[in-house]
Design a protein around this ligand. Structure first.
Ligand code: BES
Ligand code: ZN
Ligand code: ZN
Length: 456
């Protein structure tokens, strides 16, 4: 998709807050509503308020409507604002709206809109470039997460990471199942051991010359989560290809950050495994020794993400010295979706300010985050009679928090304040399209964290 300064065949306009003058067409100007004039010369899309979320959704909607009405080009005036986030969102929306996952369809999606004409005297080159990088990373995440589990095995994910490392000049190290087994990553190893596709720990690093900060990202990469011996019911198993979204998100973030040449060092650690069943599967009643020596009683093999992440968090803290912040991304709990809904990411940690900055940044990029606060009563719920900790809580309530608290047991005291956990179980995968997200993987989190890191 190209942005040019010439005129387009149809004009598009984003109408903010109602539209009396279109009453005769029955267009009320409700948020997200579209009107194509009968002469096919003009298309309107309404938004309630000018913000990044609405603008991204509006331009995404314009692209979808143009395709539907078989137009080939369009001319549009960007919003009259100096707000960079809104302008980036404006351009990004077109590319997010043009996304269709057609890999497994005989009939491939058409992308008829090749040119968007921008009616403005202003120079948007830099903004457009950044929007392209961001949308490129979001759509990259969508493509990988949407791909079927038989294709994206842990080894395949490692190959994708290696390929990205090559093109973006990143350092990439891949550790196999033998490394995990021989080096005490027993929790991670156990989760993956039933599958014929063995686990991989993938470590990518982007190290610019004059880096101001060092950030570590850890992602849950369950290429498939069948639940293991605590098998998921059939209806809950469908969509579990998306359980790798945390890992793929950190891949998307490091991709975008390196393409924007931001001067911060980023490490992305992906814990890739398949939670499957076989005679060699790990079992409820097993006791696993994590890399930091803590013993974990397995009471439910479907609470596998936290086991993989526990060891990845240990790896990160052992291998990366003097980092400023550590974020983990995971489709960790159904409870988080119950708690905050499918559009919102649950954020946990011990440093309220850090969490607040994520929430505020999300408001600038159009992604929703909610703070879920730990308290002193929760930890007793993870007590085990036979090991240091149980992998599930004894209460039905507060499952997102107890999962987050479980992870905190693998954060060293000196790093407690540097760590933030992001449960993306809701927004990572879209079953009913919303906003600028089509069905399937959303690429949630990339935009907000690129903006956050840009602000450091
Ligand atoms: N991958 C799931 C969480 C999940 C559920 C993500 C639905 C996206 C949509 C995770 O591994 C899991 O199964 N968690 C269990 C934990 C329970 C056994 C304590 C859950 O949420 O039910
Ligand atoms: Zn699970
Ligand atoms: Zn899972």
């Amino acid at each position: 998709m190209e942005f040019v300064k010439t005129k387009g065949e149809v004009k598009a306009e984003i109408v903010i807050n109602g539209a009396k003058k279109f009453e005769k067409y029955g267009f009320e100007g409700k948020d997200g509503e579209v009107l194509v004039l009968p002469d096919r010369k003009k298309i309107y899309v309404a938004i309630d308020e000018l913000n990044a979320e609405n603008i991204k959704a509006a331009t995404a909607t314009i692209i979808k409507s143009l395709k539907k009405y078989k137009f080939e080009s369009v001319e549009i005036t960007p919003p009259n604002t100096k707000n960079e986030n809104i302008l980036i969102a404006f351009f990004e929306g077109f590319m997010l709206g043009d996304y269709e996952f057609d890999k497994y369809k005989s009939k491939k999606a058409k992308h008829p809109i090749k040119k968007i004409a921008i009616n403005s005297k202003r120079d948007f080159d830099e903004i457009i470039n950044e929007a392209k990088v961001r949308a490129g990373a979001v759509n990259f995440v969508r493509d990988i997460v949407n791909s079927m589990p038989d294709e994206i095995t842990p080894q395949k994910l490692a190959e994708i990471a290696e390929k990205l490392a090559k093109t973006n000049k990143l350092v990439c190290n891949v550790f196999d199942e033998n490394y995990l087994k021989e080096n005490g990553f027993n929790a991670f190893y156990s989760v993956g051991k039933a599958s014929m596709n063995p686990p991989r720990l993938i470590h990518l690093a982007y190290k610019p010359k004059n880096s101001k900060r060092k950030i570590v990202l850890v992602g849950k990469g369950l290429c498939y989560d069948s639940g293991g011996l605590s098998l998921k019911p059939s209806d809950f198993m469908v969509t579990m290809k998306s359980d790798k979204a945390g890992a793929v998100t950190v891949l998307g973030i490091i991709k975008a950050v390196s393409e924007l040449d931001l001067d911060i060092e980023i490490h992305a650690i992906l814990g890739a495994a398949e939670n499957m069943i076989s005679g060699g599967a790990y079992k409820p009643d097993d006791v696993l020794i994590a890399k930091n020596g803590k013993t974990i009683e397995v009471r439910n093999t479907d609470a596998e993400g936290r086991l993989v992440l526990a060891d990845c968090l240990c790896y990160a803290q052992n291998e990366i010295k003097d980092f400023d912040a550590l974020y983990d991304f995971a489709t960790l709990t159904g409870a988080c979706m119950v708690g905050v809904g499918e559009y919102t990411c649950g954020v946990m940690g011990f440093e309220k300010e850090k969490i607040q900055s994520i929430i505020t940044t999300g408001e600038k990029t159009g992604e929703h985050f909610a703070y879920l606060p730990f308290n002193k009563y929760l930890s007793k719920l993870l007590k085990s009679e036979i090991a240091d900790i149980s992998n599930i809580a004894s209460s039905r309530y507060g499952g997102a928090l107890t999962a987050g608290l479980f992870l905190s047991e693998f954060i060293e005291d000196k790093n407690k304040e540097k760590w933030t956990h992001l449960d993306i179980a809701g927004p990572a995968y879209v079953e009913k399209p919303w906003g600028y997200n089509p069905h399937g993987a959303s690429g949630f989190g990339v935009d907000t964290f690129v903006t956050l890191f840009k602000s450091l």
